[in-house]
Design a protein around this ligand. Structure first.
Ligand code: ZN
Length: 194
């Protein structure tokens, strides 16, 4: 997920679940809409191995190098229930959510969003104002987070990805049609210049 720096400044950050962030990392390829993998559902993670830890490190690296505030595994072509998020201004509050579930939502707020898988497109949708999320960390230990502001928005955006849902799916029909026309034009232009 991508946010304007203006929105980033609004966050009040209460949780830091950063654990064992290693320094050997690879940047993964981000899948771009309409890649089919973005529409698939993900599977629960059952093994909390070294491979998982490496993958989490690579996801974080990929998110940071793309200037994102969140990244979900399907966006790098992996159909597992994993997302990384860092909504801090300094990019030093990495949060890892494995097998996350939203167990409560409250309120409704407008949210202007973008997505690393849908470059150069932003639009306003509505999200719950606060969410409670249960997940496990990279060692399989459960935790829960009550989130508001940008973190709440980001969690909803990323957990949607784990269900094959994109933020454009929340647009009104009219805006969805506008997006589709815009994207079609973009693809045609890309083809023409290739
Ligand atoms: Zn996204």
């Amino acid at each position: 997920m991508r946010f304007s720096s203006q929105l980033k400044g609004l966050i009040s950050f209460e949780f830091s679940l950063h654990s064992g962030y290693s320094r050997v990392m690879t940047t993964l390829d981000i899948k771009i809409y309409p890649d089919e993998v973005l529409r698939q559902k993900t599977e629960l993670v059952t093994e909390f191995s070294k491979e998982l830890h490496q993958f989490l490190d690579n996801m974080a690296e990929t998110m940071y190098s793309a200037n994102g505030v969140g990244l979900a595994a399907p966006q790098v072509g992996v159909l597992q229930r994993i997302t990384v998020i860092d909504v801090s201004e300094e990019g030093n509050d990495l949060m890892e959510f494995i097998n996350p579930q939203i167990i409560a939502r409250e309120g409704k707020v407008p949210s202007e969003e973008g997505c690393l898988s849908i470059p150069d497109f932003r639009d306003k949708i509505f999200r719950a104002e606060t969410v409670t999320v249960e997940a496990v960390n990279r060692h399989g230990e459960p935790f829960s987070v009550e989130a508001d502001e940008l973190l709440a928005i980001c969690l909803q955006h990323e957990i949607d990805h784990l269900e094959g849902v994109l933020f454009i799916d929340h647009l009104t029909r009219l805006k969805k049609d506008m997006f589709k026309r815009k994207w079609k034009k973009r693809l045609l232009e890309a083809e023409a210049s290739a």
